[in-house]
Structure formats: structure tokens, C-alpha cells
Design a binder for this molecule. Sequence first.
Ligand code: NAD
Length: 499
Amino acid sequence: MTEQLYHWVGGQKVNGEGDRFGEVYNPATGEVIAKLPYASRSEVDKVVQNALVAAEAWGDTSVPKRSAIIFRFRELLVQNKEKLAEMLGREHGKTIPDALGEIQRGIDVVEFAAGIPHLIKGEFNQNIGGNIDLYSIREPIGVVGGITPFNFPVMIPLWMGAMAVACGNAFVNKPSERDPSCPNFLAELWTEAGLPDGVWNVVHGDKEAVDALLEHDDVPAISFVGSTGVGEYIYQHGSKFNKRVQAFCGAKNHMVIMPDADMDQAADALIGAGFGSAGERCMAISVAVPVGKATQDALIERLVPKVEALKIGAYNDPNADINPLITRQAQERVEGLISKGIEEGADLLVDGRGARLQGYEEGYFVGASLFNNVTEEMEIYKTEIFGPVLSVTAPQTFDSAVSMINNHEYGNGVAIFTRDGDSARTFSKQVDVGMIGVNVPIPVPMAFHNFGGSKRSKFGDTQMHGPESIRFFTKMKTISSRWPSGIKEGAQLAFPTND
Ligand code: NAD
């Protein structure tokens, strides 16, 4: 049966008012499972007005009280993990263990956000001159818009929203229209945890809803995660309306394998980081860069049987390795790129095109695919494929591997596998990439550190979660204050100094 979905505004379900709707699919079966309302500009405005009122009272709520509600929300997330994972798998397609991993990485940030009394502490200097005390405080900014992608419908709303709310703001989430049920359920759990109505809202829709947030006078900040083309637009358009914008975008993550690396370990790392979640992760490794021909041969020898053994399957199939892609269009696009790679002269060693599964014939599956001898001019090297396709490049030297990485337009994540500390240290210094793994294939920093890429993988200069997120979600006030009796001396016209 097709479920009718809704927005979440002011602590309750709100039906769409307009006649624009989208369809939500189960990617494993190709069936339509829900109908989603797309908000108009005026619907978005109502959500923002509601959030604005809520933000004022929430910003005045004591910081420990905010923290206590976040603690309760964290407990509810833990209790509802399995339910969320099932919901996530059904709309996104990822396997239950993978969904549980995503949920945990979201919970990590909620736990970090609960430490807000410590995180939001200001700075204080006593007597900087003339008995003046100088202090800086961080205040909420109001209503924050959070535009989130399909590939982490639980983790990413939590990453941005938990920090925004902890800082005393109201949050309006505009999730991906592909898998909207988890974001709705998160909002429901916040209400159950005691978050005042209107502090966490969900409004569904497409470009019209996003533009309404970007152009709204009462939304001073936008946090975005998604593709580079859209992120660049969000950054530029939002900035035109004088907002602070952070946009975390697309990626093409390389893993360099040095001749001294443990080849079995490197091959396993490539399988997990390349094919987990069917490659639909911004931190997926999609390019393996072997240093030297012998390294390339050793790697290929290990990779081919492992890639061939990966099984496609639905989210609730315990034997599934590779989940379906998010849409039919994504499936066709990835298969098209594999064909393009062959035309361009790369060696396709394992071909996942045309993969079909009995009982799931209409599912959007692409089997695990492996290319060898990929070069920098090829489309499959330049483009973020966002599917289960791993490219092994022609053999490189250490220096050419580093320049290859630095010449790529993206700089989200990167890894090096080696037993040599000097190679790892030089590599970490020389690559222009935001997140680096040394013998760690998916170097997603933990909640208490900052997350973010470089080059065209990120627009804006602040990071996701970690201490930097406090800076993004607050504004600073700096107060110079004097309480002595010495100001009765009359006006002083010279510029003040600390004498
Ligand atoms: P997307 O850019 O298509 O969509 C992201 C959000 O933007 C959605 O809410 C969508 O409704 C909205 N949107 C789409 N088109 C728009 C338009 N023309 N104008 C305004 N809003 C629009 O991204 P996606 O396909 O949902 O997610 C996959 C992408 O996200 C990949 O490129 C991936 O690398 C990236 N991603 C990056 C990170 C990171 O931290 N760097 C994390 C996860 C995903």
C-alpha cells in the first residue's frame, strides 16, 4: 500500500497543502511505497515563522536543560535503532548492518551535542587594562536550514541538526525526497524527548522549497550536504542573501598502495571502502593507486576473486553485500559510465552490468565492477560514479600519485596503505584533501573532531560537527565591561589603549 507522507511542523504531522507530490520507491523491488508532498514557498514560510517563535524561547532555555533533552533523545535513538534501520533499508536500500552503522555515527554526534555546556563556553580575560574585563560569548543565530542528501538520511540530519539545536537554534530540515521517512521519524523522537514544538521541523520538497529557505530573511544559516553542482549553487545563492553557508559536496577518494603495504589488508580495505553501501558514500574509495607495477599485479590478483564474490541483495537479505542503487536513473547512469570506461580503453575485469536477482527483477541493482589501468583523462576517473565501481589506475610513483590526487577537482577523503612512517607523514603533508587515512580506508573523523573536505568537495570555511560546528551555529558577542569608580574623570578623546 502507498503511504501518504507529511511534513513535521510545530511538533506535529502536517499534510501538504499543494498539488505537487513525489513518489518514494523501494529500490530493491522498484515499487512505489509512499507519496511525498512537495512544499510551496508559502508552506516553507509558515514553517520558518513557526520555528522563529520557537527559536526565541529555546535560545533562552538554560544550557543544561537543553543538554538534558538531548540526552533523552539519545536514549530514544538507541531504543529505536532497529526500527530506524528497517525504515532506512526499505527506502534507501542499504543493508541492515550498514544502516545500523550509519545510525551509530549519528548517535555519536548526538552524544557530543549533549556536552554543549562545555562546548559553548566563552572566553574571559580579567583586567585587560583599567580594570576592564573582556569576555566573548556565543549566542544562537535563530532558524537554521539543513538540506540533506539521500545517502545518509539519519546520520546527516543528526550531524547538523543536533549541533544546531544544542546551540539554541531551531532547525528546519529539508531532506532528500528519495528517503524521507527516517527524517520524519527523527523529528517525532525529538518531540517525544521533550524538545519544544517548532524547534525541529521537517519540510519536504525540491528546488522550490530549497530556494524558499535560501532566500528567506529569517533563516540566517544554511548547512548543506549533497552533490557538488547543487552545493555550489546553494553556497553562491545563499551567500547572495547574506547567509552563512556551509556545503559539503561530492568526492572521488583515492587510496594509494605503497609496495611495502600488507597487500591482503589493502585488498580487504578496498573491498569494504569501495563497495560498502554500493559505493554510495561520499567517503567511498573509488580509485586505487598502486605504486609500482608489482604492487598493481599483487593487488589485482587479490581483488578480482573478492569482487567477483560480492553478492547483490535487498536490505533485509543477510547475505547481501551490494545493495541496490537509489533510483532507476542512478542504475542506468552507473551502467552507462561502465560502458564509457570500456570505450575509453580501461580494462573491465569484473562487469556488474545487467545484474538481476530472482524475485527482485525490478530492483535497481548493479553488481560490483572492477576496472584496471584507468588513466586521468578518462571520464570514469574524473566523475564521481557513486556506484559499486572500483578503478585501479595504471602504476604510479609516489610523487605522481600525490600530484594525481592534488590535480583532481575533489578533495574529500584519501588513504595511504604503507608500513613506512616517512611515506605516510610526507603523504599527509603533501595532499590537499580534508580527511586522510593512514592504513584506515574510510577516515571519517569521530564526532568530537571536525569533518570536511577541501577543493570542490566543500564550499564555505567551517566544518561539520566537532568544535568547529559550534562556531557555525552561533554568533559571537564580545563585551568590554568596567565597574570601577574611576570613570568619573571625564571624557577621554584619544583612542583607548591598555595603559
Ligand atoms: P543532491 O545534490 O542531488 O541532493 C541533496 C539535497 O539537495 C536534497 O535535499 C535535494 O532535494 C536538494 N536538491 C537537489 N537538486 C537541487 C537543486 N537543483 N536546487 C536545490 N536543491 C536541490 O545529492 P544526493 O544525490 O542526495 O546525494 C549524493 C551526493 O551527496 C554525492 O555527490 C555525495 O558525494 C554527496 N555527499 C557528500 C557528503 C560530504 O560530507 N561531503 C556526504 C554525503 C553525501
